[in-house]
Structure formats: C-alpha cells, structure tokens
Design a protein around this ligand. Structure first.
Ligand SMILES: Cc1ncc(C[n+]2csc(CCOP(=O)(O)OP(=O)(O)O)c2C)c(N)n1
Length: 402
C-alpha cells in the first residue's frame, strides 16, 4: 500500500470528518486524494483554514489540514489566539520543505526554523521522516480529538517517494463539498471593455509570458513564485526582473511598494492563487492609486506550480470583477496574443485625460499547465543587486493619493 493510502486509512479510522488544504508540490498526491475521501475545503490562505477548522470544531467536527510549512507562518497567530486559546482540536499535516532533497533555496529558512517556531509556540509536533513513521500518527491523532489539542505532523518529502517513483498521480478535483458555480465566468463580457465579447483562455502561462515579454522591456517586473518566475527567466532574463522565490502572495505588495517609492513603470506578474491569498492588497493599491502600477494577473484557475489543483478562480471568482469591486478602475480582460500585448500598451490617461486613472489590472485568462523549466540559477542576492541597479531611483513618487 502506498504511504498516501495508508495515511488516508489512518485518518478515516481516527474519525477525521472535515478537511481543508492549500497545496504543496511535494505532497500533491495526498492532497489530490483527500477531497475524494473527506468533506474538503480548498483554501485561499492557510490562516483562513485555521478559522474554518475552528468553526467546524465548534460544531463538533474533527478537522485536519494539509499544507506546506510556509503556510504555518501565515497562521501562527490564529493557531495561538484562536485554536489553542479556545482549546479546539486541529490535526496539521505539514509538508516539511527546505531539508530533504530541496532544490528551492527560499524554502530553507522556514523549513529549518519550523521545529523551533512550533516549540516556541508550544505546539506539539511529530516528525515523520519515512513511510514507516506514519505508524506514529494514530495514537497522537486520537489525543488531538480527545484532549482538544493542536498537533503538527511534519511530513518529509521522503515519505512520498515510493508513489512518486510509480508516477501514478491522481487528477486534482474540485469536489462537491467545494463551492460550486459553473465555468461560464470565463465567457462573461469584460465589463471595462463595454463590448460584447466572449473570452476563453487560449494560451498557457508560458505562451502568454513569451507573447508579452517584448512589451515588458524598460519596465520593472515583479514575478510570482514557482513556475511563473522560472518560465519568465528562461524566456529571457533581464536585470529589470525581480523573481520571487518564496513568500506567496507578496508579488503585488512588492510591486505596490516600488510604484509608491519610484517613478518607474512596474508590472506585477501575479497568479490567481497568489492574489486570492492576499486580496486586501488590491484594495490598498486601488485606494493609493499609483498610475505606474499594472497587475498582470495570469489566471489559469489553478495552483499551477504545485500540481494544478483548482483555485476558486476556476469556477466562482472573476478576478477582474474582484479587482473592480476593490476599487480598480482601469481593468481589462484578455486571452488572445494580440489582446494581451495591447493590454500592456494602455497606460494611465493614454486615451484621454478623462480616462480612468490609478493602477491597471489585466486579467489574463490562461490554460493550466507549466513548461518544464529548471529552477532559476541566479543567487537571491544577485537577483536583488541587479534589480536595485535597474531601479536606481531615489525619487519619491509625488502624486497626491486618496
Ligand atoms: C504560504 C504558502 N503556501 C503554499 C505555498 C506553495 N505554493 C507555491 S506556488 C503555489 C501556487 C501558486 O499559484 P498561482 O499564484 O495561481 O500561480 P500559478 O503557479 O498557477 O501560475 C503554491 C500553493 C507557498 N509557497 N506558500
């Protein structure tokens, strides 16, 4: 029996009846199997999962979460001041990155420090280093629900190696227990364009990035972590690119900070998953109104970099409408090559002085899928050095806000 099947069986036997997840590439088989067995919530942010699971526990359910260790950083306050404080049960199954065969340097800081963080927070944890260590889980899981405790199971990627070798990846699903809707949102009329046009994704993220790459020249680009950054690097590196190697959800905040501090034109290449992890930043950007910021949201309806698990943008959320609802006035939806290139050419006030002002939001509809590209060979400090040399601007943006 594969480790994933063994663990699912243990959770069923332990009475787990409510689950939530936010994927990690190194635990993607388990995360694809969980919604097939349990009531399951696909999360936009790990912290949200602590809240949802607290609500489930208050209703007498036995919740478990499946996340990457980086997500613990996003939820530590909720774990302490909510789950722990009210003595609610929560089993955390954490993909422990940063140590075993790790290729992504940005995973190391959280991975190495996680045990110390949990110890400092007084959260009990068990390290599961190999498949046979899974036998430690049932007894501790029982304590979680009988004594109303939090317990973190730190699962090394080594645990899943057997299944990986067999390469029998189950397809990720958006389950019946997930919020529904239908796929029609991708065909809706783009409200800002004012004309009837049905849009469907036609290109993958890689094809989109390759198409718009020439139009990005001379602008500063902050690029979402994972495959977006890898693909952009391999299409063509420029010193004007700030590749994110970790800290999901921070691309648009970083771009906003640059837009407010300089006069440079900034394009943030963000993703639907990353934007939904931190949507408040769209409100901040819309309210502060820097006209030199463009959010180029590549919406493939999935957490593409971790195995194409569907995000809520797949069915329920239209990101352009979300951006407009949060205050963006210059928005556009684009799917075809020419449309995408044209969308980047429209600058603030370009059409007429009375045209909408403030940051731009380009909703780029994409097909799921990654181009197999290796990790970026540049050192983090080299990325920073080149990008800062490109910005090289001490000028504070002097436009009046709000
Ligand atoms: C806090 C946190 N949770 C989970 C992850 C794992 N992770 C890395 S990339 C990614 C998917 C990002 O999806 P999206 O922004 O839609 O971009 P895509 O890869 O689909 O282009 C996830 C879940 C992470 N790095 N950080």
């Amino acid at each position: 029996m594969l480790a994933e099947e063994k663990l699912i069986g243990m959770l069923e036997a332990g009475g787990v009846d409510f689950t939530a997840s936010l994927p990690c590439d190194r635990m993607k088989r388990l995360i694809a199997m969980v919604p097939r067995t349990f009531f399951h919530i696909p999360l936009t942010r790990e912290e949200e999962g602590a809240g949802i699971c607290a609500g489930a526990a208050l209703s007498g359910r036995r919740p478990a979460m499946f996340i990457q260790n980086s997500g613990v950083g996003n939820m530590i306050n909720a774990l302490l001041s909510l789950t722990g404080f009210y003595e609610l049960p929560l089993a955390l199954f954490i993909s422990h990155r940063g140590l075993y065969k790790e290729k992504i340097a940005a995973q190391r800081p959280m991975g190495e420090k996680l045990p110390g963080i949990l110890r400092g927070a007084g959260i009990a944890f068990t390290r599961i280093e190999k498949a046979k260590d899974l036998n430690l889980i049932p007894g501790r899981l029982d304590q979680v629900y009988r004594k109303n405790r939090i317990h973190a199971f730190l699962l090394s990627p080594a645990v899943w190696e057997e299944a990986e070798a067999k390469d029998n990846m189950p397809q990720p699903v958006l389950t019946l227990s997930s919020p529904g809707g239908n796929l029609s949102r991708r065909q809706r009329v783009a409200p800002a364009q004012g004309k009837i046009e049905k849009l469907k994704p036609r290109l993958t993220r890689y094809e989109i990035l390759r198409a718009v790459w020439p139009a990005l020249e001379s602008r500063a680009v902050v690029c979402n972590l994972g495959f977006p950054a890898r693909e952009l690097y391999h299409i063509g590196h420029r010193p004007s690119h700030f590749y994110m190697l970790g800290s999901m959800g921070m691309a648009t905040p970083i771009g906003l900070g640059i837009a407010l501090a300089t006069k440079k034109e900034i394009v943030v290449i963000d993703g639907d998953g990353a934007l939904l992890m931190n949507p408040g930043t769209m409100a901040t950007a819309a309210c502060l109104r820097p006209g030199n910021l463009t959010v180029f949201a590549v919406d493939n309806g999935a957490y593409g970099s971790t195995g194409n698990q569907p995000t809520l943008a797949r069915r329920c959320i239209d990101l352009e409408e979300a951006a407009r609802g949060l205050g963006f006035r210059r928005t556009i939806k684009a799917a075809g090559k020419r449309q995408l290139i044209r969308s980047l050419e429209i600058k603030e006030g370009a059409d007429s002085p009375s045209a909408p002002s403030g940051p731009g939001f380009i909703h780029a509809l994409a097909l799921p899928g990654n181009r197999e590209t290796p990790v970026i060979p540049l050192d983090r400090l080299e990325i920073k050095r080149q990008f800062m040399a490109f910005l090289d601007s001490q000028t504070i943006y002097s436009r009046p806000y709000c």
